[in-house]
Each structure stands twice: as structure tokens, then as C-alpha cells.
Design a protein around this ligand. Structure first.
Ligand SMILES: [Ca+2]
Ligand SMILES: [Ca+2]
Ligand SMILES: [Ca+2]
Ligand SMILES: [Ca+2]
Length: 242
């Protein structure tokens, strides 16, 4: 009985430092739109981690290059985006770079640092894509944010992916953990066009993500401390009885 209790205590304590894997399926009702219209978002919780998704494009300013929010849409199990310079038709309602010189992207804000391991698409056109993470505490985009100053403002390219398909999830190759990620149509801010990796003809609808978080959040620190203290009390109690 005592040995068993101790084993449970130790496993609970060790569990607090173990990695968790979160699978985000945007086809579920948990990924509903928070509201309707420009600047809307999707808030979702998986395994104790919260994710807020918003949609953006470079539709602002007199030079058509400043970041502005767009309107997220749900199409079956996929997330799309209508930016401020386009309408709700195919392929504009996807996260696309097809028309109007606008490059759409999704901003992913987690409440804890995660590693973005994989993403899945429900639809794509050409399918050249980019993923980036923010290094530090992200304060949000402002009216001066553009593709040209993205990398110099704290973002790091995780990778560019040529012709991503819909049949299987794409691995990102990410090695860093961050609370803030960006998933985009391929853009020259992230790398030089190369062969099939070309600009301005891409679009996708995002159906899912796989992330890794460094700790299990189900067991809070005070709970772990309480359990550990109880274990110590039991240990001392047993030692004194001998
Ligand atoms: Ca679009
Ligand atoms: Ca435009
Ligand atoms: Ca633009
Ligand atoms: Ca392309």
C-alpha cells in the first residue's frame, strides 16, 4: 500500500515535467468563429492550452502594404480568410496570395509556448507556404507592420514548404518553442523564390495543427507541491514508526 502510494506520488510529480502533444482539429464545433466580420477570431482549447487565431493581410495604407485584419471564415473543416480588398468567392475566400497583390496569413497566439510540429490543409491552390515564430513576447502588429520589416521585428522563419498537399499533414521541422506563430502563403519575406516555390499564386484552407508543449498543464504547481509534501509526510511518518 505504501509503495503503491509512493509510486503514484512520484509519477504525478514526474508528470508535471513531461511534454504534451496537442492535436487541433478545426473541423470540430470547438473551433467556431467568435464573431462575424473583419477582425474576428477563433478561440480553441486543447489539453489545457488555449489558442486564438486571427486572420491578416497586407491590404492597408496608400501603398497597399500595411498589415490589417481580415475576416476568418469556416468552410467545412477548413479555415479561410476574406481580406479587406477581396470578396467571398473562390479562391479569394481562402488564405491566398492570388489577386490584388495581397498576401494572407494566420496569426496563432497560444497561452503557453509550444512547438508547431505539423499543419494540415483541407484545400490548396499551388500550396507554397511559410511558417514563422516570434522570438519573445509579441505585442501585436501595429499600423507600421509590413512584410518588409517582419523579420527585423522579431520573427524567425521556421521553413518554406513547396506544393503542400491535402492528403497528409506537413511537418514544419520546427525546433523552437514560442507562444506566437504565423502560417502564411509563401512570401519573399521568408526566403527567396526557388523553382516550384513561387509567389502570388498560392492559397490554402487550414484544417488542423499538431503542437508540442513542454509541460502538462493539467497538474497545477500548487497541486504538485501539495502531493509532494503529503509524500514527504508519509515518508517521515513511516520512518518514525520503525
Ligand atoms: Ca483571401
Ligand atoms: Ca490589395
Ligand atoms: Ca497588398
Ligand atoms: Ca506558388
Amino acid at each position: 500500500m505504501f509503495k503503491k502510494s509512493l509510486l503514484i506520488i512520484i509519477s504525478l510529480f514526474a508528470g508535471s515535467a513531461m511534454a504534451g502533444t496537442e492535436t487541433w482539429d478545426f473541423g470540430t464545433a470547438d473551433a467556431a468563429l467568435d464573431s462575424w466580420g473583419m477582425g474576428n477570431s477563433i478561440t480553441m482549447n486543447v489539453g489545457g492550452v488555449e489558442l486564438v487565431i486571427s486572420g491578416w493581410s497586407d491590404t492597408g495604407g496608400s501603398s497597399d502594404n500595411r498589415f490589417e485584419t481580415g475576416q476568418l471564415m469556416k468552410y467545412g473543416n477548413g479555415i479561410g480568410l476574406i481580406n479587406r480588398d477581396e470578396g467571398d468567392n473562390d479562391p479569394n475566400h481562402s488564405i491566398d496570395s492570388r489577386y490584388s497583390n495581397d498576401y494572407d496569413f494566420l496569426l496563432l497566439e497560444f497561452d503557453t509556448a509550444v512547438r508547431l510540429d505539423e499543419f494540415g490543409l483541407s484545400w490548396r491552390m499551388d500550396g507554397d507556404m511559410s511558417v514563422a515564430s516570434y522570438n519573445g513576447d509579441f505585442a501585436g502588429f501595429d499600423s507600421s507592420s509590413t512584410w518588409a520589416n517582419l523579420i527585423s521585428s522579431g520573427w524567425e522563419t521556421t521553413g518554406n514548404y513547396n506544393n503542400v498537399g491535402t492528403s497528409s499533414y506537413q511537418a514544419t521541422g520546427a525546433s523552437t518553442y514560442s507562444k506566437t506563430w504565423l502560417i502564411s502563403t509563401f512570401n519573399a519575406a521568408f526566403g527567396t523564390p526557388d523553382g516550384g516555390l513561387d509567389l502570388g499564386d498560392d492559397g490554402f484552407k487550414l484544417k488542423g495543427l499538431v503542437t508540442t508543449s513542454p509541460q502538462l498543464t493539467q497538474v497545477s504547481e500548487p497541486t504538485v507541491l501539495l502531493i509532494f509534501s503529503l509524500g514527504l509526510v508519509m515518508l517521515f511518518g513511516r520512518a518514525r514508526r520503525r
